[in-house]
Design a protein around this ligand. Structure first.
Ligand code: F0G
Length: 455
């Protein structure tokens, strides 16, 4: 059967068409950091899949019925029921976005000197651990580092490595285990159900809470049905529910699989933990029945959480990502395998062999992609490397990947072909892509805030 996209555009927005000279000037103005580029100068924006999706006509219709009462609004109950239809946790708290959920929950679990173990902490997750004086330690599956391995669940946490830390002298300092589904920092690779089951048993045995960072829970569930024969007959919803059952606590940014522009939730079983989180949410986000979100958003989220688990929608998302990856591979451009759902990751180092790690190949490719085609993306290398006080790289990143994040339901096939064609053009004369050095290098969340110049 040929692929049939399961939706059409109901409202459209024109995109800016810019000249190469305009983009060169904008890159200079932005300190060669894509996060500083003005949206009006970006034609195709693949910087993030977070909060960038299109809402459906049904989401808009529900939003019209929003109840904006301060407490106990109907919209809150519809949102809460949609969340409770997925998670078994008794206590659900809304917050304005995922990092607020992290800040509140981790603030109740961690203190100075404690350790948080994870398959990979997302950037803000790490920052929210470190700001409490705790250590964020990534223990991904060793398969993750083989970018071309077709292993189906490279997002898994290394259970043996976790066990070794827990049984060693540092064991008593481990106060949480965070499993990120899908593993965004690790190329959007899924986590298997077997891995969740094993890590939850280890966590329970050591009385350490298992936290699910479930920003892309629906995409993880879909990939489980596609890659684990034991789940091929399961619905994505049933898989997602089972995954949530393994967790003592959940933090979920809903800017991804909530199909909304804002929002997140915390879900916990433990009433005492819920009480402490609630006090923080009321003090810093909003009352426990809105957490900084409007009734309008709560309604969109309730509907979004229903739509996101539609197998036709998820199959379409897989198809779009796979088509982009295949077109790139056909042009000789290496992408991270197997392709996930929320992004296609381009391996910059083999594409730009003339650039050493200290010349920031993924950053260089990101800038070239913008300069040549007005396409905005982000490199991951800066976040994963360390520098000395003279801006010299001390530890290079394990991989230099450019993430082409795919906003949900926004771009069509022709936009993706355009992106692939721009990259294919760059790949014809890669030696023309200059390396970079940092001119401003903040230690915390460097990639969001740095400035750079071509060398
Ligand atoms: N956890 C994961 C796995 C994420 O990918 C993100 C955000 C967050 C937590 C934080 O959620 O943005 O709602 O505060 N990821 C975005 C991205 C920013 O582009 O990957 P948030």
């Amino acid at each position: 059967m040929p692929h049939l996209r399961p939706f059409v555009s109901a409202v459209v927005r024109p995109i800016p068409i810019t000249t190469r000279d305009e983009r060169i000037a904008e890159l200079d103005r932005a300190g060669h950091n894509p996060f500083n580029i003005r949206g009006e100068k970006v034609s195709i924006d693949l910087l993030s899949d977070s909060g960038t999706g299109a809402v459906s006509t049904d989401q808009q219709a529900w939003a019209q019925r929003a109840d904006e009462r301060y407490a106990g609004a109907d919209s809150w109950y519809r949102f809460r029921d949609a969340v409770r239809d997925l998670v078994p946790h008794e206590h659900v708290l809304p917050v304005h976005q995922g990092r607020a959920a992290e800040r509140v929950l981790f603030g109740c679990l961690l203190g100075p000197g404690d350790i948080s173990l994870s398959n990979m902490h997302f950037d803000t997750t790490r920052a929210n651990v470190e700001r409490l004086g705790a250590e964020a330690r990534d223990l991904p599956s060793p398969e993750l580092f083989d970018l071309s391995s077709p292993a189906p669940f490279k997002g898994d946490i290394d259970v043996e490595a976790v066990q070794a830390v827990l049984d060693g002298p540092e064991g008593p300092r481990v106060k949480q285990i965070v499993v990120t589904i899908t593993n965004n920092g690790g190329g959007g690779q899924p986590v298997s159900m077997a891995n969740l089951e094993r890590i939850s048993a280890v966590a329970r045995e050591h009385r350490v809470p298992l936290v699910l960072d479930a920003a892309r829970f629906a995409e993880n569930a879909w990939l489980v049905t596609r890659r684990d024969p034991g789940y091929q007959d399961w619905s994505p919803r049933a898989v997602a529910r089972k995954a949530f059952e393994f967790a003592d606590a959940v933090v979920a940014s809903l800017k991804k699989d909530g199909l909304s522009h804002e929002g997140a939730f915390i879900a916990v079983h433990d009433p005492e933990l819920a009480d402490r989180c609630e006090a923080d949410v009321i003090a810093t986000e909003g009352f426990r029945t809105y957490g900084g979100l409007t009734g309008h958003t709560l309604e969109q989220l309730a509907q979004g959480l229903r739509e996101v688990l539609d197998p036709h929608y998820l199959a379409d998302r897989e198809h779009e990502a796979a088509s982009l990856a295949e077109r790139l591979q056909a042009a000789g451009i290496e992408t991270l395998r197997p392709t996930g759902l929320h992004a296609v990751y381009v391996n910059a180092s083999p594409l730009l062999p003339h650039l050493q790690p200290k010349h920031l190949p993924d950053h260089a490719l990101t800038c070239a992609l913008y300069r040549e085609g007005g396409v905005r993306a982000a490199g991951g290398g800066l976040f994963l490397s360390t520098f000395d006080e003279n801006n010299e790289m001390v530890t290079p990143p394990p991989f230099e990947l450019v993430r082409l994040a795919l906003p949900r339901r926004v771009y069509d096939h022709s936009h993706m072909e355009y992106v692939a064609d721009v990259l294919a053009e760059i790949a014809k004369n890669p030696e023309r892509v200059p390396g970079y050095r940092l001119t401003h290098n903040p230690a915390v969340l460097r990639h969001f805030r740095c400035r750079a110049e071509p060398i």
